[in-house]
Design a protein around this ligand. Structure first.
Ligand code: CA
Length: 340
């Protein structure tokens, strides 16, 4: 490029010098130097043509450079985009890797569990798993223990919240599983521990025979979360209709379980409530109904926009009143003496 420019400049200077010489010659020999003048002017014309050619070449080169620059810029942008896509793929691969890692850990745990063991090292709940260094939230299989008369049980462990070690006894989040069920179903449990479920009154009763803490986590349709925790939680056995005993509330959701303290469990086919009405039928769930509810965590799952119609939704009176059905609920327990 600079070479071309230099040539053009040289050419232009030469042309000017020639024109000057030409003018001087024609001044000196104005009458007798016709052939010289003609020769000179022919050279000037030839040079003029050359300069014009050079100029157009320059313009063409300059245009080409512009195009090249634009192409380079485009290529850089393209490369940038590709690198971003690469980054996204790496992130995705990383998250898959950690998921697989989790599964491997859980499989290892299941292998450990299937080995024979004495009752003293029984994997009794999520807190005992936590103490055996299982620190990932997820589904675990608690083995059968004939010594304690404990059946095999799939549980979901929350190993993160407030120190971990929590065994979930209930979850509402998807809304496909109906909670309007009978006594036997509430006794044995239903649903899927990865989705919506009730662990089962027999299992909850057994887990809460040791002094336990109950934690209830709630989420509304705006994505806000609250919790209610009870430092004391236990249930009566089936003969005592799984009567609820709670105490020592703390949290920011308000205490909407207090009204249900010391009441029996009722279902659509067993009215054990403290009311002339049949609360389980009215509120369409199984719960420790009083007359009837200050909370209804096993009520009907209403999607956003439908939750102001009925009293039978998933309610927690002290937070959103009796007409607001919550988006998500988790009820979880762990031993009172648990230390993470
Ligand atoms: Ca009744």
């Amino acid at each position: 490029m600079s070479k071309v420019k230099l040539n053009t400049v040289t050419m232009v200077v030469t042309l000017l010098l020639l024109a000057e010489t030409c003018a001087q010659i024609s001044k000196k020999k104005s009458t007798s130097s016709k052939p010289v003048r003609a020769q000179c002017c022919d050279d000037v014309r030839a040079l003029k043509v050359q300069v014009a050619n050079m100029t157009s070449l320059l313009e063409e080169l300059s245009r080409k450079q512009d195009t090249d620059l634009k192409n380079v810029a485009r290529q850089i942008m393209e490369l940038d985009k590709q690198s971003q896509q690469q980054d996204a793929r790496v992130t995705e691969a990383e998250s898959k890797y950690s998921e697989i890692n989790n599964r491997v850990e859980i499989m290892q745990l299941q292998t450990v569990q299937s080995a024979p063991k004495t009752s003293s090292e029984a994997l009794y709940d999520c807190a005992s798993l936590y103490n055996k260094n299982y620190r990932i939230s997820g589904e675990y299989k608690l083995p059968k223990d004939e010594f304690l008369g404990v059946p095999e049980l799939s549980v979901f462990c929350d190993m993160k919240t407030n120190g971990g070690g929590w065994t979930l006894i209930q979850r509402r989040k998807i809304g496909i599983v109906s909670f309007n069920r009978d006594w036997k179903q509430y006794k044995n449990g239903f649903g899927s521990v990865r989705g919506d479920f009730w662990l089962g009154n027999d299992h909850i009763f057994r887990l809460a025979r040791q002094p336990s803490v109950l934690r209830i986590e709630l989420e509304d349709w705006e994505g806000e979360t609250r919790y209610a925790q009870y430092g004391f939680f236990t249930l009566g056995n089936e003969l005592n209709s799984y009567k609820l005993f709670i105490a020592n509330y703390s949290g920011n959701a308000g205490d909407s379980l207090h009204y249900h303290n010391n009441t029996n469990f009722s279902t659509n086919n067993q009215d054990n409530d403290k009311c002339l009405d049949h609360c389980a039928s009215l509120r369409k769930g199984g719960y420790w109904y009083n007359c009837c509810t200050d909370s209804n965590l096993n009520g009907v799952f209403y999607r956003h926009g439908e939750h102001t119609k009925n009293l039978d939704g998933i309610t927690w009176y002290k937070w959103h009143g009796s007409l607001y059905s919550l988006k998500r609920v988790e009820m979880k327990i762990r031993p009172a003496g648990f230390h993470s």
